[in-house]
Design a protein around this ligand. Structure first.
Ligand SMILES: *[C@@H]1O[C@H](CO)[C@@H](O)[C@H](O)[C@H]1NC(C)=O
Ligand SMILES: *[C@@H]1O[C@H](CO)[C@@H](O)[C@H](O)[C@H]1NC(C)=O
Ligand SMILES: *[C@@H]1O[C@H](CO)[C@@H](O)[C@H](O)[C@H]1NC(C)=O
Ligand SMILES: *[C@@H]1O[C@H](CO)[C@@H](O)[C@H](O)[C@H]1NC(C)=O
Length: 247
């Protein structure tokens, strides 16, 4: 395998040198292939496998403050957010903050926070499951399908969560360990603080921020054409194909 590889690389170099006489030194190892743009033959591969990862700082930050059982929140996640996830996730840093219009009270006797949710204790439990899923599987590609499944399935919270976990390769025991722990309680508290610092108490959910900002216009655009909003906000050099179509 190695010998064949060397052979291909050498043949390739000879080919480039003899046909185009480039004013550059061809790299002798594959690790150097993407160091300069002059090595045009592999630009396509460099773009998709190497340079792409350097664009992380350009990602548009989009954050959704929501609560797990609110109908508008679920609808938003399974339509606009899900479509955007499928089309343009490469340019977005998508963050879910499951808390919404809940309240918390610190109980010194247990040293735990107690949560009160708009849609009752079922919602508090579902919020905690979302919180623990995000913490246990921080990669968006792992927790997004799980959240999508929970948001699009009606029924008893734990039954739905178990089924969705099974269907989206999430270990529900891992989630349960978290929801039963002080750590889970603390993680939910962090979302409470973050929500209180960002969302006015009387604001509706879902409530979104784009690069940390919230305006009525951002909210409206997010709920009508999130893909276009994200594409138009992205200032990086590597817009995905889907963005070029919306411009
Ligand atoms: C993504 O957003 C989260 C939450 O706002 C932030 O902590 C993180 O630094 C962001 N990552 C990037 C690459 O912007
Ligand atoms: C899980 O997958 C099974 C088999 O595809 C399907 O019948 C079921 O509806 C799914 N459950 C959920 C909650 O998506
Ligand atoms: C996204 O958030 C991260 C972390 O807060 C920040 O460093 C980065 O500059 C933000 N990106 C944009 C485009 O605002
Ligand atoms: C966010 O707010 C900052 C500061 O007010 C502003 O410079 C920036 O242009 C705003 N970004 C968006 C997307 O509105």
């Amino acid at each position: 395998m190695y010998v064949v590889f060397i052979l291909i690389v050498s043949v390739y170099n000879v080919f480039i040198l003899s046909t185009t006489a480039l004013p550059i030194t061809c790299p002798s190892s594959t690790g150097e292939w993407c160091q300069t743009k002059e090595i045009a033959a592999v630009t396509k591969q460099c773009t998709s496998f190497v340079w792409k990862t350097t664009a992380d700082n350009d990602r548009v930050n989009f954050t959704i403050y929501y609560e797990s059982l609110c109908a508008d929140c679920r609808q938003f996640t399974i339509t606009q957010v899900w479509f955007a996830y499928q089309a343009v996730i490469d340019i977005v840093n998508l963050t879910f903050v499951p808390y919404g219009n809940a309240h918390e009270v610190y109980r010194p006797e247990t040293q735990l926070y107690q949560f009160y949710c708009q849609h009752g204790s079922d919602e508090c439990y579902a919020n905690l499951i979302h919180t623990c899923a995000i913490a246990s599987y921080p990669d968006i590609h792992q927790h997004m399908p799980f959240l999508y499944c929970m948001d699009s399935t009606f029924g008893d919270v734990e039954t739905v969560a178990r089924q969705c976990a099974r269907n989206t390769s999430i270990d529900f025991e891992k989630i349960t360990t978290c929801t039963n722990s002080r750590m889970g309680n603390q993680l939910q508290h962090i979302y409470a603080v973050q929500t209180e610092q960002t969302k006015p108490a009387d604001a509706f959910v879902p409530y979104v921020t784009l690069n940390g900002n919230h305006t009525d216009e951002i909210q409206d655009l997010a709920q009508t054409d999130l893909i276009a909003l994200l594409c138009n906000t992205y200032k990086g050099s590597n817009p995905p194909a889907r963005c070029k179509k919306t411009k």
